[in-house]
Ligand binder design. Structure first.
Ligand code: SF4
Length: 374
Protein backbone atom coordinates (compact mmCIF):
# COMPACT_ATOMS: atom_id res chain seq x y z
CA UNK A 1 0.00 0.00 0.00
CA UNK A 2 1.23 3.50 -0.71
CA UNK A 3 1.21 6.67 1.44
CA UNK A 4 -0.90 9.56 0.21
CA UNK A 5 0.46 13.08 0.34
CA UNK A 6 -1.18 15.94 -1.55
CA UNK A 7 0.90 18.30 -3.68
CA UNK A 8 -1.35 21.26 -2.81
CA UNK A 9 -4.40 22.06 -0.71
CA UNK A 10 -7.17 24.32 -2.02
CA UNK A 11 -9.48 25.74 0.65
CA UNK A 12 -12.90 27.25 0.03
CA UNK A 13 -13.07 30.63 1.74
CA UNK A 14 -16.27 29.56 3.52
CA UNK A 15 -14.44 26.77 5.39
CA UNK A 16 -11.09 28.50 5.95
CA UNK A 17 -11.71 28.75 9.71
CA UNK A 18 -13.48 25.40 10.20
CA UNK A 19 -11.86 23.15 12.83
CA UNK A 20 -11.50 20.34 10.28
CA UNK A 21 -9.69 22.63 7.83
CA UNK A 22 -7.25 23.71 10.52
CA UNK A 23 -6.71 20.11 11.59
CA UNK A 24 -5.96 18.93 8.05
CA UNK A 25 -3.63 21.86 7.32
CA UNK A 26 -1.73 21.15 10.52
CA UNK A 27 -1.13 17.62 9.30
CA UNK A 28 0.51 18.88 6.09
CA UNK A 29 2.54 21.89 7.27
CA UNK A 30 4.82 21.84 4.18
CA UNK A 31 2.18 21.44 1.50
CA UNK A 32 1.34 24.68 -0.37
CA UNK A 33 -2.20 25.89 0.29
CA UNK A 34 -4.43 28.46 -1.27
CA UNK A 35 -7.78 29.92 -0.25
CA UNK A 36 -10.16 30.05 -3.20
CA UNK A 37 -13.58 31.59 -3.84
CA UNK A 38 -15.16 29.03 -6.15
CA UNK A 39 -12.82 26.27 -7.20
CA UNK A 40 -13.57 24.87 -10.65
CA UNK A 41 -11.04 22.22 -11.57
CA UNK A 42 -11.47 22.69 -15.32
CA UNK A 43 -10.36 26.33 -14.93
CA UNK A 44 -7.45 25.32 -12.80
CA UNK A 45 -4.36 27.51 -13.23
CA UNK A 46 -1.83 25.27 -11.53
CA UNK A 47 -0.13 24.32 -14.78
CA UNK A 48 -1.63 20.85 -14.64
CA UNK A 49 -3.90 20.12 -17.54
CA UNK A 50 -6.54 17.93 -15.92
CA UNK A 51 -7.84 16.78 -19.28
CA UNK A 52 -4.49 15.29 -20.18
CA UNK A 53 -3.87 13.36 -17.00
CA UNK A 54 -7.12 13.72 -15.20
CA UNK A 55 -7.38 10.93 -12.69
CA UNK A 56 -4.04 9.97 -11.19
CA UNK A 57 -2.59 13.48 -11.20
CA UNK A 58 -5.84 15.09 -10.09
CA UNK A 59 -5.85 13.08 -6.87
CA UNK A 60 -2.75 14.99 -5.74
CA UNK A 61 -4.92 18.04 -5.16
CA UNK A 62 -6.84 18.11 -1.90
CA UNK A 63 -9.82 20.44 -1.99
CA UNK A 64 -11.43 21.43 1.32
CA UNK A 65 -14.91 22.35 0.26
CA UNK A 66 -17.97 23.98 1.75
CA UNK A 67 -20.69 21.40 1.14
CA UNK A 68 -24.07 23.01 0.55
CA UNK A 69 -26.39 20.10 -0.22
CA UNK A 70 -28.22 17.43 1.75
CA UNK A 71 -25.51 15.32 3.29
CA UNK A 72 -27.52 12.25 4.33
CA UNK A 73 -29.44 10.56 1.52
CA UNK A 74 -31.11 7.26 0.68
CA UNK A 75 -28.63 4.98 -1.09
CA UNK A 76 -28.75 5.53 -4.86
CA UNK A 77 -29.14 1.75 -5.27
CA UNK A 78 -32.74 2.18 -4.22
CA UNK A 79 -35.24 1.62 -7.05
CA UNK A 80 -38.64 0.01 -7.46
CA UNK A 81 -37.22 -2.85 -9.53
CA UNK A 82 -34.28 -3.77 -7.30
CA UNK A 83 -34.39 -4.96 -3.71
CA UNK A 84 -32.15 -2.60 -1.80
CA UNK A 85 -31.22 -2.77 1.90
CA UNK A 86 -32.60 0.66 2.89
CA UNK A 87 -29.22 2.17 3.44
CA UNK A 88 -28.30 5.82 3.85
CA UNK A 89 -25.16 7.50 2.63
CA UNK A 90 -23.29 10.38 4.18
CA UNK A 91 -21.12 12.40 1.82
CA UNK A 92 -17.87 13.44 3.50
CA UNK A 93 -15.22 12.84 0.85
CA UNK A 94 -15.32 12.61 -2.93
CA UNK A 95 -12.77 10.56 -4.82
CA UNK A 96 -10.29 8.00 -3.62
CA UNK A 97 -6.52 7.50 -3.72
CA UNK A 98 -6.91 3.79 -4.50
CA UNK A 99 -7.03 2.58 -8.09
CA UNK A 100 -9.52 -0.25 -8.49
CA UNK A 101 -9.86 -0.98 -12.17
CA UNK A 102 -13.65 -1.35 -11.91
CA UNK A 103 -14.19 1.80 -9.85
CA UNK A 104 -17.33 3.54 -11.01
CA UNK A 105 -16.03 6.89 -9.77
CA UNK A 106 -13.76 7.02 -12.83
CA UNK A 107 -16.82 7.49 -15.03
CA UNK A 108 -19.00 9.21 -12.49
CA UNK A 109 -17.20 12.03 -10.71
CA UNK A 110 -16.89 15.16 -12.78
CA UNK A 111 -13.59 16.27 -11.26
CA UNK A 112 -10.42 14.37 -10.49
CA UNK A 113 -9.32 16.07 -7.25
CA UNK A 114 -9.91 14.64 -3.78
CA UNK A 115 -12.56 16.72 -2.06
CA UNK A 116 -13.21 16.86 1.68
CA UNK A 117 -16.46 18.41 2.91
CA UNK A 118 -14.95 20.51 5.64
CA UNK A 119 -18.08 22.01 7.24
CA UNK A 120 -18.36 18.82 9.25
CA UNK A 121 -20.36 20.15 12.20
CA UNK A 122 -23.07 21.47 9.90
CA UNK A 123 -23.16 18.16 8.02
CA UNK A 124 -23.48 16.13 11.22
CA UNK A 125 -26.23 18.41 12.45
CA UNK A 126 -28.22 17.37 9.36
CA UNK A 127 -27.73 13.75 10.40
CA UNK A 128 -28.95 14.52 13.92
CA UNK A 129 -32.12 16.15 12.56
CA UNK A 130 -32.79 13.44 9.96
CA UNK A 131 -32.48 10.54 12.41
CA UNK A 132 -34.45 12.36 15.13
CA UNK A 133 -37.36 12.78 12.71
CA UNK A 134 -37.84 8.97 12.61
CA UNK A 135 -36.98 7.76 16.11
CA UNK A 136 -38.34 4.23 15.48
CA UNK A 137 -36.14 3.60 12.44
CA UNK A 138 -32.64 2.19 12.75
CA UNK A 139 -30.61 4.22 10.24
CA UNK A 140 -27.61 2.39 8.79
CA UNK A 141 -25.42 5.14 7.41
CA UNK A 142 -22.35 4.54 5.26
CA UNK A 143 -19.65 6.99 4.23
CA UNK A 144 -18.18 4.93 1.39
CA UNK A 145 -20.37 6.05 -1.49
CA UNK A 146 -18.01 8.50 -3.23
CA UNK A 147 -14.76 7.33 -1.70
CA UNK A 148 -13.21 4.64 0.45
CA UNK A 149 -14.14 5.41 4.07
CA UNK A 150 -10.69 4.83 5.58
CA UNK A 151 -8.19 5.16 2.72
CA UNK A 152 -7.08 8.61 3.89
CA UNK A 153 -8.47 8.74 7.37
CA UNK A 154 -5.28 7.88 9.24
CA UNK A 155 -3.86 11.02 7.58
CA UNK A 156 -6.87 13.34 7.64
CA UNK A 157 -8.45 12.27 10.94
CA UNK A 158 -12.09 12.86 10.00
CA UNK A 159 -13.77 9.66 11.15
CA UNK A 160 -12.86 10.02 14.84
CA UNK A 161 -15.26 12.99 14.99
CA UNK A 162 -17.93 11.03 13.15
CA UNK A 163 -17.54 7.91 15.30
CA UNK A 164 -17.86 9.97 18.50
CA UNK A 165 -20.93 11.68 17.06
CA UNK A 166 -22.69 8.41 16.15
CA UNK A 167 -21.89 6.92 19.57
CA UNK A 168 -24.46 9.33 20.98
CA UNK A 169 -27.21 8.82 18.38
CA UNK A 170 -29.87 6.44 19.70
CA UNK A 171 -31.16 5.09 16.38
CA UNK A 172 -28.26 5.03 13.93
CA UNK A 173 -25.31 2.84 13.04
CA UNK A 174 -22.33 4.21 11.16
CA UNK A 175 -20.70 1.93 8.60
CA UNK A 176 -17.15 2.64 7.45
CA UNK A 177 -16.54 0.59 4.32
CA UNK A 178 -12.96 0.21 3.18
CA UNK A 179 -10.21 -1.66 1.37
CA UNK A 180 -7.61 -0.15 3.66
CA UNK A 181 -5.66 -1.64 6.56
CA UNK A 182 -5.61 1.54 8.64
CA UNK A 183 -7.60 1.12 11.82
CA UNK A 184 -5.01 1.78 14.55
CA UNK A 185 -6.12 5.38 14.96
CA UNK A 186 -9.70 4.23 15.63
CA UNK A 187 -9.11 1.43 18.12
CA UNK A 188 -9.26 3.43 21.35
CA UNK A 189 -12.21 5.65 20.43
CA UNK A 190 -15.44 5.61 22.47
CA UNK A 191 -17.51 4.14 19.61
CA UNK A 192 -20.28 2.85 21.90
CA UNK A 193 -20.92 -0.10 19.59
CA UNK A 194 -22.47 2.30 17.06
CA UNK A 195 -19.86 1.91 14.34
CA UNK A 196 -19.46 -1.06 12.05
CA UNK A 197 -16.14 -1.21 10.19
CA UNK A 198 -16.54 -3.22 7.02
CA UNK A 199 -14.22 -4.49 4.35
CA UNK A 200 -14.87 -5.00 0.68
CA UNK A 201 -13.16 -8.28 -0.08
CA UNK A 202 -12.11 -10.39 -3.01
CA UNK A 203 -9.78 -13.38 -3.40
CA UNK A 204 -6.14 -12.30 -3.34
CA UNK A 205 -5.77 -13.01 -7.08
CA UNK A 206 -8.43 -10.35 -7.81
CA UNK A 207 -7.00 -7.92 -5.25
CA UNK A 208 -3.63 -8.23 -6.96
CA UNK A 209 -4.96 -7.90 -10.49
CA UNK A 210 -7.75 -5.34 -10.09
CA UNK A 211 -7.51 -3.44 -6.79
CA UNK A 212 -4.33 -1.40 -7.14
CA UNK A 213 -2.88 0.55 -4.20
CA UNK A 214 -5.31 -1.08 -1.74
CA UNK A 215 -4.35 -3.23 1.24
CA UNK A 216 -3.72 -6.88 0.41
CA UNK A 217 -6.36 -9.33 1.56
CA UNK A 218 -4.35 -10.55 4.57
CA UNK A 219 -3.82 -6.93 5.65
CA UNK A 220 -7.55 -6.20 5.49
CA UNK A 221 -8.31 -9.31 7.51
CA UNK A 222 -5.68 -8.42 10.10
CA UNK A 223 -7.23 -4.95 10.38
CA UNK A 224 -10.67 -6.57 10.79
CA UNK A 225 -9.28 -8.75 13.56
CA UNK A 226 -7.92 -5.70 15.38
CA UNK A 227 -11.16 -3.75 14.98
CA UNK A 228 -13.21 -6.65 16.26
CA UNK A 229 -10.86 -7.09 19.24
CA UNK A 230 -11.41 -3.40 20.00
CA UNK A 231 -15.15 -4.03 20.28
CA UNK A 232 -16.24 -2.79 16.87
CA UNK A 233 -18.76 -4.81 14.98
CA UNK A 234 -17.29 -5.71 11.60
CA UNK A 235 -18.88 -6.60 8.26
CA UNK A 236 -17.78 -7.82 4.85
CA UNK A 237 -18.88 -7.07 1.34
CA UNK A 238 -18.17 -9.63 -1.35
CA UNK A 239 -18.51 -6.88 -3.89
CA UNK A 240 -17.84 -6.77 -6.75
CA UNK A 241 -17.60 -10.53 -7.15
CA UNK A 242 -15.73 -11.39 -10.34
CA UNK A 243 -16.41 -14.40 -12.52
CA UNK A 244 -12.79 -15.46 -13.01
CA UNK A 245 -11.44 -18.96 -13.76
CA UNK A 246 -10.94 -20.08 -10.13
CA UNK A 247 -14.02 -18.30 -8.74
CA UNK A 248 -15.63 -21.27 -7.01
CA UNK A 249 -12.68 -22.19 -4.83
CA UNK A 250 -11.45 -18.60 -4.58
CA UNK A 251 -14.66 -17.32 -2.98
CA UNK A 252 -15.15 -20.37 -0.76
CA UNK A 253 -11.61 -19.97 0.56
CA UNK A 254 -12.34 -16.30 1.14
CA UNK A 255 -15.25 -17.18 3.45
CA UNK A 256 -12.93 -19.54 5.36
CA UNK A 257 -10.19 -16.90 5.62
CA UNK A 258 -12.62 -14.35 7.03
CA UNK A 259 -13.94 -16.77 9.62
CA UNK A 260 -10.40 -17.72 10.60
CA UNK A 261 -9.55 -14.05 11.14
CA UNK A 262 -12.64 -12.77 12.96
CA UNK A 263 -15.10 -14.47 15.35
CA UNK A 264 -18.37 -15.02 13.47
CA UNK A 265 -20.25 -13.52 16.41
CA UNK A 266 -18.65 -10.11 15.76
CA UNK A 267 -19.66 -10.06 12.08
CA UNK A 268 -22.79 -7.89 11.77
CA UNK A 269 -23.59 -8.78 8.15
CA UNK A 270 -22.15 -9.94 4.85
CA UNK A 271 -23.39 -8.60 1.53
CA UNK A 272 -22.93 -10.09 -1.92
CA UNK A 273 -22.87 -8.24 -5.21
CA UNK A 274 -21.40 -9.04 -8.60
CA UNK A 275 -19.56 -6.68 -10.93
CA UNK A 276 -21.81 -4.00 -12.42
CA UNK A 277 -20.83 -0.99 -14.45
CA UNK A 278 -22.18 1.79 -16.59
CA UNK A 279 -21.17 1.40 -20.22
CA UNK A 280 -19.13 4.63 -20.29
CA UNK A 281 -16.71 3.05 -17.79
CA UNK A 282 -15.36 0.55 -20.29
CA UNK A 283 -13.41 2.98 -22.45
CA UNK A 284 -11.89 4.62 -19.33
CA UNK A 285 -10.74 1.25 -18.00
CA UNK A 286 -9.39 0.13 -21.38
CA UNK A 287 -7.30 3.29 -21.46
CA UNK A 288 -6.09 3.34 -17.85
CA UNK A 289 -5.78 -0.40 -17.11
CA UNK A 290 -5.10 -2.28 -20.35
CA UNK A 291 -4.15 -5.44 -18.39
CA UNK A 292 -7.42 -5.64 -16.51
CA UNK A 293 -9.58 -8.73 -17.04
CA UNK A 294 -12.80 -7.42 -15.56
CA UNK A 295 -14.69 -7.12 -18.81
CA UNK A 296 -14.05 -10.71 -19.83
CA UNK A 297 -17.34 -12.58 -20.08
CA UNK A 298 -20.84 -11.83 -21.23
CA UNK A 299 -22.78 -8.93 -19.74
CA UNK A 300 -26.39 -7.82 -19.99
CA UNK A 301 -27.99 -4.50 -19.09
CA UNK A 302 -30.03 -4.50 -15.87
CA UNK A 303 -33.15 -2.51 -14.92
CA UNK A 304 -30.95 0.31 -13.61
CA UNK A 305 -29.02 0.51 -16.90
CA UNK A 306 -25.88 -1.07 -15.42
CA UNK A 307 -24.22 -4.01 -17.12
CA UNK A 308 -24.13 -7.29 -15.20
CA UNK A 309 -23.15 -10.94 -15.71
CA UNK A 310 -25.90 -13.23 -17.01
CA UNK A 311 -28.46 -14.16 -14.37
CA UNK A 312 -27.36 -17.80 -14.17
CA UNK A 313 -23.73 -16.73 -13.58
CA UNK A 314 -24.77 -14.30 -10.85
CA UNK A 315 -26.86 -16.99 -9.18
CA UNK A 316 -23.95 -19.42 -9.22
CA UNK A 317 -21.58 -16.85 -7.74
CA UNK A 318 -24.04 -15.96 -4.98
CA UNK A 319 -25.06 -19.53 -4.17
CA UNK A 320 -21.45 -20.65 -3.85
CA UNK A 321 -20.70 -18.09 -1.14
CA UNK A 322 -24.08 -18.24 0.55
CA UNK A 323 -23.86 -22.00 0.99
CA UNK A 324 -20.41 -21.75 2.50
CA UNK A 325 -21.54 -19.09 4.97
CA UNK A 326 -24.65 -21.09 5.88
CA UNK A 327 -22.51 -24.13 6.55
CA UNK A 328 -19.87 -22.39 8.68
CA UNK A 329 -21.64 -19.42 10.28
CA UNK A 330 -25.41 -19.51 9.73
CA UNK A 331 -25.98 -16.80 12.34
CA UNK A 332 -24.48 -14.11 10.08
CA UNK A 333 -27.21 -12.34 8.07
CA UNK A 334 -26.49 -11.97 4.37
CA UNK A 335 -28.11 -9.96 1.62
CA UNK A 336 -27.72 -9.23 -2.06
CA UNK A 337 -26.81 -5.75 -3.19
CA UNK A 338 -28.83 -4.22 -6.04
CA UNK A 339 -30.55 -7.33 -7.35
CA UNK A 340 -34.13 -8.13 -8.31
CA UNK A 341 -36.27 -10.19 -6.00
CA UNK A 342 -36.16 -13.08 -8.49
CA UNK A 343 -32.38 -13.33 -8.06
CA UNK A 344 -32.80 -14.14 -4.38
CA UNK A 345 -34.78 -17.28 -5.29
CA UNK A 346 -32.68 -20.44 -5.27
CA UNK A 347 -29.81 -18.32 -3.96
CA UNK A 348 -30.63 -16.89 -0.56
CA UNK A 349 -32.44 -18.36 2.45
CA UNK A 350 -35.28 -15.82 2.19
CA UNK A 351 -36.90 -13.86 -0.63
CA UNK A 352 -37.73 -10.28 0.29
CA UNK A 353 -39.87 -8.24 -2.08
CA UNK A 354 -39.00 -4.81 -0.70
CA UNK A 355 -36.17 -2.86 0.88
CA UNK A 356 -37.93 -2.53 4.27
CA UNK A 357 -38.10 -6.33 4.48
CA UNK A 358 -34.32 -6.57 4.10
CA UNK A 359 -33.81 -3.75 6.56
CA UNK A 360 -36.06 -5.40 9.15
CA UNK A 361 -34.23 -8.70 8.75
CA UNK A 362 -30.89 -7.00 9.42
CA UNK A 363 -32.26 -4.92 12.29
CA UNK A 364 -33.83 -7.99 13.92
CA UNK A 365 -30.53 -9.85 13.68
CA UNK A 366 -28.66 -6.92 15.24
CA UNK A 367 -31.18 -6.65 18.10
CA UNK A 368 -30.87 -10.36 18.79
CA UNK A 369 -27.12 -10.75 18.41
CA UNK A 370 -25.97 -7.41 19.84
CA UNK A 371 -28.77 -6.56 22.31
CA UNK A 372 -26.82 -3.97 24.28
CA UNK A 373 -25.21 -2.17 21.34
CA UNK A 374 -27.87 -2.20 18.58
S1 SF4 B 1 -11.68 1.62 -3.00
FE1 SF4 B 1 -13.74 2.02 -3.80
S2 SF4 B 1 -13.78 4.22 -4.22
FE2 SF4 B 1 -11.62 3.63 -4.00
S3 SF4 B 1 -10.91 3.17 -6.09
FE3 SF4 B 1 -11.61 1.23 -5.18
S4 SF4 B 1 -13.77 1.03 -5.82
FE4 SF4 B 1 -13.16 3.19 -6.12
Amino acid sequence: MFQYRPERILIDKAVAAEPLTLQICERFPDVPRQVVENFAWHQDESGVDPLRNPLTKGKKTLHLKYFKGTSIKACPGFSNELVCCNYFTLDLIENCPFECTYCILQAFLNKPVITVHANLEEILEQVRQRTAAQPDTLFRVGTGEHSDSLALDHILGIKAHVIRFFAKLPNALLELKTKSKHVEHLLDLPHGGKTVISWSVNPEAIVEQEEHKTARLHERLEAARKASAAGYKVAFHFDPMIHYPDWEKGYQDLVDQILDAVPADRIAWISLGTLRYISSLKSVVDERFPNSSIFLGEFVPGEDGKMRYLKKIRQRLFRNVQQRIEKLAPQIPTYLCMEKSSLWEKTMPYQPQTAPEVEEKLAASLRKRFPVEA
